[in-house]
Design a protein around this ligand. Structure first.
Ligand code: MG
Length: 203
């Protein structure tokens, strides 16, 4: 399986990192080794001094496909969760400054934390979901999927021109504003439509 991630998909987050708004989805990938399963802690990596959380809606792919038309994209998923796109922000800034790839800042082991998946049949429409991230009990990010620049089906249609989707792939759909650093012993909890689906301790 692979993990496809979208960058800069919420205008308020692009603004907080002083990035321009994209005209096409910004795609990057994390390998399977980046996956942090539900309830597992992340160990603070030794190569960064600025590990940051980015809470994102995560879509699980349930059908193989290539060149997927936007109008059929909804057939390729049926559950969602929340995840953390952990980012070594200092390393990312260095890489960006040098015009080099992001992988060492965003695709390292444990950088793709995931929560429990909820069937879409139990939720409001996918583009009308609210989510929230708490850091040590305090709300730090609030997201509404309707604020995405590119919606889920547009992302799947676009990405599938380049990459075949396979059953079990995950799609991280970008983070709203409010990203920030974590430190050892911090606790992150994600709530989808008010229900806790994600729990990550930093060790
Ligand atoms: Mg992200």
């Amino acid at each position: 399986m692979k993990i496809l991630c979208i960058g800069r998909n919420y205008a308020d987050h692009a603004k907080e990192l002083k990035n321009d708004l994209p005209t096409e989805p910004v795609i990057f990938m994390k390998p399977k080794s980046a996956l942090l399963l539900p309830e597992k802690p992340i160990y603070y990596p030794d190569f960064t001094k600025d590990l940051q959380f980015e809470c994102e809606l995560v879509v699980k792919i349930v059908k193989n496909g290539k060149f997927i038309a936007e109008k059929f994209a909804h057939k390729y998923y049926n559950s969602v969760s929340l995840g953390i796109d952990f980012t070594a922000r200092d390393v990312q800034r260095e890489q960006q400054k040098k015009g080099l790839p992001w992988e060492i800042a965003k695709a390292f082991d444990g950088s793709a934390a995931t929560g429990t998946f909820v069937p879409l049949t139990e939720l409001k429409p996918i583009m009308d979901l609210d989510f929230e991230l708490k850091l040590n009990g305090n709300t730090v990010q609030i997201g509404h999927t309707r604020d995405m620049i590119f919606n889920i089906d547009q992302i799947i249609a676009y990405a599938s021109r380049y990459f075949t989707f396979n059953v079990g792939d995950l799609l991280f759909t970008g983070t709203p504003a409010g990203v920030g650093p974590v430190k050892i012993d911090d606790k992150l909890e994600g709530f989808l439509e008010g229900k806790k689906v994600l729990d990550v301790d930093v060790k």
